[in-house]
Design a protein. Structure first.
Length: 228
């Protein structure tokens, strides 16, 4: 998805007219670039800084919630497959505050999504874009400069299986902001023979998974969290 505009901050404004037309055609709701009817798969946009470059960056000043592709400047794409299944999260609420009430589908000043899901705590990934023979999974950061903390959280969203390939688990990588509020910092993809807790790090040879359902501990309780 390329949005090469003279003013990058105009991404949502430039698309607002089209979004308004599509909203009535689809009978759907539009939230800062994502549609309610396809919201969970819509969260799985990613920035492939390894293939395309140049590196992406988080928009400054604020342009959109971290879960919206409009919040970054860079080459944004989606997973090669749209054949997702499995429900690891429930969307409880989505709210957007427009900058201009006369154009509710344009520029926004705030927004959040409240979800019920499982969080898997991980150490900061050391390798981006899955470049490494023994590295577990692929971590696609929204902005590499943001990955400076020690602890992050994976939120599984969907499973996908490309014909002829093994199952893969897709989800968001989050950073705790405060309380139960989190910020998206990237997307992960991990195959059924890998372990999520080692995302972007070398996997111990003794750690072997059998099936994508065992990529993480299924006994982890679901919790309510807000992504801003």
């Amino acid at each position: 998805m390329r949005c090469d505009l003279t003013k990058p901050e105009d991404k949502l404004v430039a698309l607002s007219g089209t979004a308004m037309e599509m909203q009535s055609i689809l009978n759907d709701e539009y939230f800062a670039g994502l549609w309610r009817g396809y919201f969970i798969p819509g969260l799985l946009w990613y920035v492939d800084g390894w293939t395309f470059g140049p590196k992406s960056c988080r928009a400054q000043p604020y342009r959109a919630p971290s879960w919206s592709w409009a919040s970054v400047d860079g080459y944004v794409d989606y997973a090669l497959t749209s054949d997702f299944y499995g429900d690891f999260v429930d969307i409880l609420d989505v709210q957007i505050t427009p900058a201009n009430s006369a154009n509710a589908l344009g520029q926004v000043i705030s927004g959040f999504v409240k979800v019920l899901g499982q969080l898997i705590e991980i150490a900061a990934p050391e390798v981006f874009y899955g470049t490494g023979i023994s590295i577990s999974g692929c971590f696609y950061p929204d902005d590499e400069a943001e990955i400076v903390g020690e602890t992050y959280y994976c939120l599984p969203l969907k499973i996908s299986q490309v014909p002829g390939c093994s199952e893969s688990l897709y989800g968001l990588v989050l950073e705790l902001v405060s309380g139960y509020e989190y910020k998206r910092v990237g997307v992960f993809k991990i195959d059924e023979d890998e372990r999520l807790e080692y995302l972007g790090r070398e996997t111990p040879t003794s750690s072997v998974s059998r099936g994508v359902g065992l990529c993480f501990d299924q006994a982890i309780n679901k919790q309510t969290l807000v992504i801003v």
